[in-house]
Design a protein around this ligand. Structure first.
Ligand code: SF4
Length: 324
């Protein structure tokens, strides 16, 4: 292991991405990126509400659901009445419906820690698990996930993320969690297997990945989705047209249609054809006909029988390549 002072600190998410693509932690040299404003979203509000509920011991109250509802109202008040974007109505309902289940799990510990950063300087790993429960029988680490999942399987990156969190808990509190769980609002508590050997394997993987040649990029949709280098990573843009469920588009602007309701549709032409991208906030569209645009984290929509179109989402981003 090299000297930690020479090594970049990695969160579990970035560590996982590094194991999938060595180039992902290279310096970011992105062109300017435009994003939707930082309006409160359903996931952030839910996380903050659970944090307040835990910190105020609301989960120990006789009315755990009522106390969680109070915490939600406090968070909404903090946002200054701005509308919450995302699936807020269903997220709120699911969170309240599962309050008792989560409270029951938290009662298994004498100490419950919410959203506190943990660090392992020797390995240059850091992370902030949503919930850590410490009890006489050991520890439990819980990761809250608000997006709707269709099936009960846990993707490998979430498994990896929780395994690194388990290591950080052991490093900080001296006990390896006997249980790591994903708390999905539409599924409930979903366990993943954590053992000393699975933690050691994950840590070895990160060490190995740190030594890899960072000029080598290995794009895939899941790895690239939130990569900070995505907009300017040519390996990504070379690979993306072949992805069947790609969430990005690039090309020269052929048409711009601004609607009165503050959103704009853009027709892009590239070597692979034309694509409409709709619902882009008009204030983000500063480009002109002929400019080359790149957009990522779009939703797919079938605009006609055989033409795939895209729709702006709250996590989308765009960039104008002035020199393309
Ligand atoms: S965008 Fe994808 S291929 Fe490019 S560096 Fe990031 S993870 Fe690697």
């Amino acid at each position: 292991m090299t000297d930690p002072v020479d090594r970049e600190w990695l969160s579990p998410t970035r560590a996982w991405r590094l194991t999938e693509c060595a180039a992902s932690v290279s310096p970011v040299v992105n062109t300017a990126i435009a994003l939707t404003s930082d309006a409160p979203n359903a996931g952030t509000v839910a996380h903050r509400a659970v944090q307040l509920w835990i910190k105020s011991d609301g989960y120990r109250d006789g009315d755990v659901r009522g106390r969680l509802s109070d915490a939600i109202n406090t968070v909404l008040a903090e946002t200054g009445g701005r509308p919450v974007v995302g699936e807020w109505t269903s997220t709120r309902a699911r969170l309240l419906a599962r309050a008792s289940q989560l409270a029951e799990r938290l009662h298994q510990g004498s100490r419950v820690i919410s959203e506190e950063e943990l660090r392992d300087p020797r390995r240059a790993l850091l992370g902030t698990p949503d919930i850590v429960v410490i009890g006489q029988d050991g520890a439990i680490v819980i990761d809250l996930k608000t997006p709707t999942a269709r099936d009960a399987s846990i993707p490998p990156w979430i498994d990896f993320q929780l395994t690194i969190y388990a290591h950080l808990v052991q490093h900080e509190y001296g006990v390896l969690p006997r249980r790591a769980e994903v708390f999905r609002l539409n599924k409930g508590l979903m366990p993943i297997g954590v053992s000393q050997s699975s933690v050691a394997a994950a840590l070895d993987l990160v060490e190995y990945a740190r030594q890899a040649d960072r000029s080598v990029a290995t794009p895939s949709l899941e790895t690239c989705r939130y990569c900070r280098r995505r907009i300017d990573c040519e390996s990504h843009w070379d690979a993306a047209p072949a992805w069947t469920s790609s969430d990005c588009a690039e090309g020269a602007i052929e048409r711009i249609e601004r609607a009165a309701n503050g959103v704009t549709a853009i027709l892009l032409r590239s070597e692979v054809g034309t694509h409409w991208v709709s619902g882009v906030p008009t204030e983000l569209v500063t480009a002109s006909i002929g400019d080359h645009l790149r957009l990522v984290r779009l939703q797919r929509s079938k605009s006609t029988v055989d033409l795939v179109g895209f729709k702006w989402s709250r996590v989308s981003a765009l960039s104008v390549l002035r020199d393309a």
